[in-house]
Ligand binder design. Structure first.
Ligand code: PMP
Length: 423
């Protein structure tokens, strides 16, 4: 019953190739195919389902809203649902963290918020150049692609990707000190040939690029260099934000305050498309309508986003502790997987973590074995050499342990087979 996908849908489709099933129902961390097979989900919609599938706390307000006859689509006009979301985001997220950001609704996807951030940075500074990092991933539209590293994705652009340079991410040079003093030097040196950029865009953990995780001290240095040279710092928190790495924003642990922040994926909490671009109040120099879009005001998404903040983030400490407990269990389980293979090691932060293997094929084989055993895990990194785990932040300890057992079993099969083949 997959004929129509193969005959009609473009071959650009990808996830369905590694997971050749037709998913129908979903509940929490469980996914069910239309023929009744059950899978445990350690993928979470690539980070769009941080609170699991169909969370009850969000479903009820969503259903109430839809049945009430309230407005669904409202461009950027006022609506009570948007008012409530803005008030809640201010009270639950911004104020307790002492953040004085303005909020912009770009189009509803991650790449939309990145485009808005890049445009604003260029408009504010009058400069064109943007620095981004090796193995960065920021989205598929042209502006976001220029700051993305992956060569296969970049080639898809079909035009030159200009006005951006790639600089080494933390630890890109394998243990060589990467304290950014070289960046400071080239910015100070009028003979360096490095144009002063409008902005630097960074992920605190590179979700797609292989789960490289920047140290807090490196992020702090980056923030300081940017400040000293009047360069805007954009943190792309599309994947690492909304609690994924332990706190609501992934940069909280580093004690930095970016000039611009990109959020999407789990901001609606329900998998409904929604994105935000946050920026320093004084950067809000947009002309009305200068950046717009039809789908910036999805009221059902405002409703679920508000419910997510109220239900999970209002008691911030409790939720952060819950995430930390699951993250510790996840990292323990990943250490066991890494111990199986020579040179393998654990990467990532919080519930955005995985294992990098020296054998470039191991991660994909393990993900495939895991799928056969009823577990969805994906891979990441330029050669798909990193097994990447993103269980729901709300996953039960039992489900997490069960998934990690499956993963260990799958890894033993793959690593064991390869060792036998080498004998
Ligand atoms: N930025 C980051 C850090 C991402 O991980 C992604 C998606 N994986 C995007 C931007 C793009 O988001 P979207 O796919 O919703 O356009």
């Amino acid at each position: 019953m997959t004929d129509i996908f193969e005959t009609l849908e473009s071959q650009v489709r990808s996830y369905c190739r590694g997971w050749p099933a037709t998913f129908d129902r979903a509940d929490g961390s469980a996914l069910f195919t239309e023929d009744g097979q059950q899978y445990l989900d350690f993928f979470s919609g690539a980070g769009a389902l941080n609170y699991g599938h169909n969370p009850q706390q969000l479903l009820e307000p969503l259903l109430d809203y839809l049945r009430s006859g309230s407005i669904t689509h409202s461009m950027d006009m006022h609506s009570p649902a948007k008012r409530k979301f803005l008030e809640t985001f201010q009270d639950v997220i911004l104020k307790p963290r002492d953040l004085d950001y303005k909020i912009m609704f770009p189009g509803p996807t991650g790449t939309n918020t990145v485009e808005a951030a890049l445009k604003l940075a260029r408009k504010v500074t009058g400069r064109q150049h943007v620095l981004s990092f090796t193995n960065a991933f920021h989205g598929m539209t042209l502006g976001a692609l220029t700051v993305t590293g992956n060569s296969m994705k970049r080639q898809g652009a079909g035009v030159p990707l200009t006005n951006s340079s790639k600089i080494p991410y933390d630890d890109y040079l394998d243990g060589e000190p990467s304290n950014l003093s070289w960046l400071e030097r080239v910015l100070e040196d009028s003979g360096s040939g490095v144009d002063k950029p409008a902005a630097v865009i960074v992920e605190t953990v590179q979700g797609e690029g292989g789960l490289n995780s920047a140290r807090a001290s490196w992020l702090k240095s980056l923030s300081e260099v940017c400040k000293r040279h009047d360069i805007l710092l954009i943190v792309d928190d599309v994947q690492a934000g909304c609690g994924r790495t332990g706190k609501f924003f992934s940069f909280e642990d580093a004690g930095i305050v970016p000039d611009i922040v990109c959020l999407s994926k789990s901001i609606s909490g329900y998998g409904l498309p929604m994105a935000l671009t946050l920026f320093r109040r004084d950067l809000d120099i947009w002309t009305p309508g200068e950046h717009n879009g039809t789908f910036r005001g999805s009221n059902p998404a405002f409703v679920t986003a508000t419910a997510a903040l109220e239900n999970f983030w209002a008691d911030r400490e409790k939720f952060e502790q819950q995430i930390a407990a699951r993250a510790a269990e996840l990292h323990d389980g990943l250490e066991k997987v890494a111990a199986l293979a020579e040179g393998a090691s654990v990467r990532g932060r919080g519930l955005l973590a995985g294992v990098v293997f020296q054998d470039l094929e191991a991660a994909e084989k393990i993900a495939s074995e895991a799928f056969d055993r009823g577990l969805l895990v994906e891979t990441s990194g330029p050669e798909s050499e990193v097994l990447k785990l993103m269980p729901a932040l709300t996953i039960s300890p039992e489900d997490l342990a069960r998934g990690l057992d499956i993963l260990l079993d799958a890894a033993k099969t793959v690593v064991g087979e390869r060792e036998l083949a080498a004998v």
